[in-house]
Design a protein around this ligand. Sequence first.
Ligand SMILES: Cc1cc2nc3c(=O)[nH]c(=O)nc-3n(C[C@H](O)[C@H](O)[C@H](O)COP(=O)(O)OP(=O)(O)OC[C@H]3O[C@@H](n4cnc5c(N)ncnc54)[C@H](O)[C@@H]3O)c2cc1C
Length: 412
Amino acid sequence: MNKTSCEVLIVGGGAAGLSAAAAASKTARVLIADDNPNLGGQIWRAELGKTKSPQALELIKSIGSGKVQVMNNAQIFAASGTNCLLAETPEGRIELEYEKLIIATGARERFLPFPGWTLPGVFGAGGLQALVKGGLSVAGKRIVVSGTGPLLFAVADYLKNKGAIVAAIAEQATSFNIRRFGLHLLARPSKLAQAITIRSRLLNIPYLTGCWVTKAIGDEKLTAVTLVSGGRSWDVECDFLACGFHLVPNTELASILGCRIDNGYVAVDEFQRTSANGIYCAGEPTGMAGVESSLAEGKIAGLAATGQSETARSLFAERDRARGFGNALNDAFALRNELKTLAQPDTIVCRCEDVTYGRLSEFDNSREAKLQTRCGMGSCQGRVCGAANEFLFGWKPGTVRPPIFPVRMEEL
Ligand SMILES: Cc1cc2nc3c(=O)[nH]c(=O)nc-3n(C[C@H](O)[C@H](O)[C@H](O)COP(=O)(O)OP(=O)(O)OC[C@H]3O[C@@H](n4cnc5c(N)ncnc54)[C@H](O)[C@@H]3O)c2cc1C
């Protein structure tokens, strides 16, 4: 079995992980492990090398200086003893030994079940964007973008730019909430400018607030969706639905390493230290607050993990300002109760194990439901249905156990 060691191991090569690596590599040997073929995380992905974002360009320069070892296609699935993680790679299992660990595992989309949501042609909003970044063509395709959060705008803009016909953006938040969020942006000129730029590119696309999908229609694949708003419902023909209900933090690795989780997020102190010795956490596992917050937290974690505490301290104000944006985001795009009534008794909630909403309604908690129906025991390990069940039934997520991702038997 292969083994490699470093002073600082960073899991996750998105904004937070790259920022941590750039800061830590000034004084230490750093290794980034990420399960994607390219660095960049959700925001940049395979396009990191092509982006004009000044933040990304600066990171690429630092990472490219040769002091950071990069391991792509490496999925961390478990710990092994003290200060050692196990990664599954195309070449087999690798042991990664470290002195300090920075967890920067990001977030995933939240999906909510509604009739027809398992039809081919229904995608996560960020999921479809990721497929297009990976080479899928959407030129000429008619797409409805739906759900909640600023990601809908970013996705619609991206898809339009790639030749798709975006039929509508259906945002479940109220127009009052959106306007209030807009006012909040006045205090953040760069975000406001970004929002205005994207909005001006999408002016000919209906942006429907207080509006959501109640049904995906089609026999073999999606042909239309039913939208509802203000008590009125109507169908919109489309080839694809890109649908996501904000984000869920990836806290599984932190959990199995014994880091304290508070209200669903990894608890950290001002230096991004978790409750576990020598383990830091940065970016979306600690809270949803956008790319600036991930970058600032990553930098602080990288500096703190390598003993550069005073420099880290000088970034606290910047980080806290960026986190404030996260609070406004969560308030504005809180999920409305009507979304709890979309799933019908025969609507599948756990799509790995084909467990319906009707079957789950028979139970009081996620553990009972899991034992009786295998809900959450399939290949996604509850990453999709767990967050949906939390919203639909108020169930707390169950205990996380390794391996946190399915791996080949031989790796165990
Ligand atoms: C699907 C999706 C699409 C998004 N698209 C946009 C967008 O277009 N524009 C925008 O401004 N914001 C977007 N966001 C929000 C964006 O992710 C944040 O603003 C910010 O960039 C997050 O940075 P991060 O480093 O915290 O996490 P991420 O960018 O998510 O990076 C985390 C990385 O860790 C990897 N990882 C996780 N677990 C493991 C493991 N066990 N082993 C190895 N690697 C692991 C992930 O694959 C990922 O590459 C998107 C979010 C999601 C979930």
